[in-house]
Design a protein around this ligand. Structure first.
Ligand code: NAD
Ligand code: TYD
Length: 356
């Protein structure tokens, strides 16, 4: 079947893996990668597919309603997979309004563009919204987030994502727009911008810079390899039930400090360092405000209904990820020059978080 799909945020971390999967797997589909190329968007991430005939790129901001209308009128997509977002909790604490604009208003703009072009003919149409487990808030020592867990966001990032999820459901309930939403746990893998824990720490180990662990380091996250997230998105897009939500997770919980120690061990092995070299870089610093203690996803529904399961263990995925960063030093150098340096100084420098 021929389909035309607009994938937003396809120059970012997860989006680039989703675009690559769709372009390579479905030569008969027309894939339009819509991305504003913010600091987090990088066409280098999808260089390998830019010459493919079923791939098109449009540098478009989802805040630009006229440009969205033009693009939707030109391509008449039957599917939208929406990943474009401001995605980093720490930046949301520094600048919450950017998250309201892109994540809330940008999502509503896209919903409006889809609603207008589909004009009540919803056969074969789908608006797929990619969201996060952070909308569910924080867990104690036990329990999991299910699709029924009540929303309870704490950071400006998660509040903006929760709001966008509500708008997507509201367009389904009010206008009949066909939608699916997935809420995924923390991703890691190649092309991850080095402001998030794993790529930031890989980069700092390479640079022999301090590894800034927030608070007591006992915060817990469930980690999923990015290609397994992309595979889940593919399954949900094609086989998910209209109006439904799917939680995606790795059944792979790590306390930050344990993860950082594993990362240090793997990096020492790969860099030929003496055992314990990288661990010496660990520095506890002041906690993130409003820091959610624990996230853990119950991914039973997607497993049972769609047969999805993660394909790599955490050690395998982490090893692949480290190898990618070691083999792509130029990419790392490019994304950590310029504006990244200002952000890093603001977050972690003299003016940033204090040591504890
Ligand atoms: P990212 O920050 O790496 O990429 C975001 C992309 O969106 C970039 O290419 C950027 O240029 C683009 N973008 C930002 N603002 C835009 C705008 N106004 N108009 C058009 N494009 C814009 O993010 P990511 O980590 O790849 O996350 C992708 C999606 O997945 C987000 O919606 C995020 O909330 C969700 N998510 C992420 C994780 C994770 O661990 N990274 C986990 C669960 C869900
Ligand atoms: P992050 O990768 O920012 O993802 P999220 O906050 O969306 O879960 O952070 C993962 C965990 O690592 C989180 O508990 C915060 C912690 N963290 C640090 O301890 N130091 C850091 O420099 C960063 C970026 C994160």
């Amino acid at each position: 079947m021929n389909r035309t799909i607009i994938i937003t945020g396809g120059a970012g971390f997860i989006g680039s893996h989703v675009v690559r999967l769709f372009v390579n797997k479905y030569p008969d589909y027309k894939i339009i990668n819509l991305d504003a190329l913010t600091y987090a968007g990088n066409l280098e991430n999808i260089k390998d597919i830019e010459g493919k005939s079923n791939y098109h790129f449009s540098k478009t901001d989802i805040l630009d309603t006229a440009a969205l209308e033009r693009l939707f009128a030109e391509h008449k997509p039957d599917g939208v997979i929406h990943l474009a977002a401001e995605s980093h909790v720490d930046r949301s604490i520094l600048s919450p309004l950017d998250f309201v604009y892109t994540n809330v208003i940008g999502t509503v703009n896209l919903l409006n563009a889809a609603k207008k072009i589909w004009n009540n003919d919803f056969t074969g149409k789908l608006f797929y919204h990619v969201s996060t487990d952070e909308v569910y808030g924080a867990l104690g020592d036990t329990g999991f987030f299910t699709e029924e867990t009540k929303y309870d966001p704490h950071s400006p990032y998660s509040a903006s994502k929760a709001s966008s999820d509500h708008f997507v459901r509201a367009y389904h309930d009010t206008y009949g727009l066909p939608i699916v939403i997935s809420n995924c746990s923390n991703n890691y893998g190649p092309n991850h911008f080095p402001e998030k824990l794993i790529p930031l720490f890989i980069n700092n180990i390479i640079q022999k810079k301090p590894l800034p662990v927030y608070g007591d380091g006992l915060y817990t996250r469930d980690w999923l390899f990015v290609k397994d997230h992309a595979a889940a998105i593919n399954l949900i897009f094609h086989n998910g039930k209209n109006g439904d939500t799917y939680n995606i997770g790795g059944f792979n919980e790590w306390k930050n400090i344990d993860l950082v120690k594993l990362l240090c061990k793997l990096m020492d092995e790969k860099l030929g360092n003496a055992t314990g070299t990288s661990e010496q870089l660990i520095t506890y610093i002041k906690d993130r405000p409003g820091h959610d203690r624990r996230y853990a996803i119950d991914a039973t529904k997607i497993n049972k209904e769609l047969g999805w399961t993660p394909s790599v263990t955490f050690e395998e995925g982490l090893s692949l990820t480290i190898d990618w960063y070691l083999q792509n030093e130029e990419w790392l150098k490019n994304v950590t020059s310029g504006a990244y340096k200002n952000y890093y100084e603001r977050m972690y420098g003299e003016e940033g978080r204090e040591k504890v």
